[in-house]
Every structure is written in structure tokens, then in C-alpha cells.
Design a protein around this ligand. Sequence first.
Ligand code: ADP
Ligand code: MG
Length: 309
Amino acid sequence: MNDTSISLLKQALPYLRHHRKSTMVVKLGGEIAANREALTSLAGDVSLLVHVGIRIVLVHGGGPQATEMQKRLGLEPVMVGGRRVTDEATLDVAKMIFAGKINTDILSALRGQGVSAVGLSGVDGDILHATKRPPTEVVDPATGERKVVDYGLVGDITRVDTSLVALLLEHKYVPVISSLASDADGNVLNVNADTVASALAKDLQASKLVILTGVPGLLRDKNDPSSLVTRITTEEAKAAMKSGSVAGGMLPKLKALVDAVEGGVGRGHILSGTQPGAILLELFTSAGCGTLIAEPHDVSEVSDGAPRQ
Ligand code: ADP
Ligand code: MG
């Protein structure tokens, strides 16, 4: 071990102490689950977190894989505001890809790193109840254009029950939850995974909601990866959503994080899921590596060099 590693370990110690026994919800985008190297690396990071006593709940969707399978089956994917329009055939794809392939791939990657994980969807154990979203008027933040969109078999969460999740955490399992829910009649609905992660984090009153995605964090200019916003308040995040600087899949992420932090979750983070060790850097070093979202009074205390815990 060289001096840098020793200094990093020492730097991490207060954060390790701070986070012990806390619960964190970590959402990973499909891009990470599709990338074997990134998934193995993330599983190693989760293993470390679990072994220092942090309770981790993983949530995933699988947009890119669902899109790829849709195309393979001759279906045309339709996305509006970062959310998938879901007909019967698309829902079948979502069930196969989210609850089937991706969930299993994540479980096996975790097992490979010594983590006992249990695969679930929001349909298991009454975790997520949703109602079918009625046709909704959507405003394009870039053009201001309004249109009515029927998202099809897409759900809005009405109730969350984390008893089963808590039971698994109590017994040191890592629940891995895919973004499907069902309504009162047992119809399965597709829910955006960022929204699922937020609802679970709120119900568990998690200390953190961490969203791992394909970009380094929230970008001031979505085409410039070097324009990373390192910290933002919930109020600023709401303004950014209206400004047109945030588009596509980043919109539900910011909304999910704002809802979570306003709903009692300690802090929110958006990080690159493909940068090795991103989650450890963000949690255990003062500089961090992604975007931190917190209440205004909290974020103002997080100046450069101050803890991002
Ligand atoms: P995931 O599969 O992780 O949910 P998404 O593709 O749904 O990922 O959402 C992330 C995408 O949002 C980014 O890859 C980027 O193309 C887009 N995006 C739009 N606006 C921004 C922004 N201001 N900052 C970062 N990413 C943005
Ligand atoms: Mg997305």
C-alpha cells in the first residue's frame, strides 16, 4: 500500500463511522447493467459498503436493454420526457428484461463479490402499488410546446410498503428491485426506475439516494461532460428542470432526487456508474466526484473541502 492509499483510507474513516448502519438506496441505469466491467466494479463497491455495515437497496430499470429487445422483436420504442410509452408488447419486454435478465445479471455480479442479494420487483411482497397514468399534458421544456401523451401501461406510485425490504435488510441481504409495480386489480405497470428508487428511499427514510447513470452527474451543458454541477440545492434543481438545460432521462432523475430530499432523505447524488469506484469517491472523500443535491441550508454548508457525507 502506498502513501496515497493510506491517506485515502484515513480520509475515509470519519465517513465510514458516519455512515455505519445507515440505509442507502442506489439506483443504477441500464447502461451499467449492460457493461460487465462496470457491473463487476459496482458490485465490488457495494460489497465494501455492505461489509462496513451500510444497508444497501439496489433499484434498476434497463432502458437501453428494453430498447434493444424491442427493436429485435420489431417493435418501435417511443420515449416522451425520458419515460417509455408502454403498450402490451412493450410491457412483456419490460417484464422479461427488468425482472428477468437484468435482475439476474446484477444478482450474479453481487454474488461474485461476496454479497448475498435477493431479486425482487415492485410486484413482490406488496412493495409498489401504482395506478395507470391517465393521458397527461406534457410541456416540452426546450420548445414550450404542449401535447397530450398516453403513456399506456405506465404506473404512478400510490403506495409503498417496505416491510419485506426491511426484513431482508435486517437479515443482511441486499434487495435488488426492478421497476415494475401492480395496481389494485393485479395489472402490472411499468414505472420509471428513478421514481421507484425515490419512493423507496422516502419510505425507508434512507440517509441517501444515489443515482448512477451514464454521465458524470448533472451537467450545466448536457453536451459538455466537463460542465459538471458539483452541488445544487433542491430549489436550484427545480429551476434547472424548468430552464430547458435538463432534458430526457435526466428530468425524472432530478425530480426523484428533489422529491426524496424534500421527503426526508438526507442527501441525493448523481454519479457516473461507469467510473470505477465513483460511489466510494463520492461517499468517502471530501471532493466527491458527482452532483450532490441537498436542502438549501444543507448545501450551503458543503463548500469545497467540506464533507459530502
Ligand atoms: P438511465 O438509463 O441511467 O436512467 P437516462 O438515459 O434515462 O439514463 O438519463 C440520463 C441522460 O440524460 C444522459 O445520458 C443525458 O443524455 C441526458 N441529459 C439531459 N440533460 C442532461 C443534463 N443537463 N445533464 C446530464 N445529462 C443530461
Ligand atoms: Mg432513465
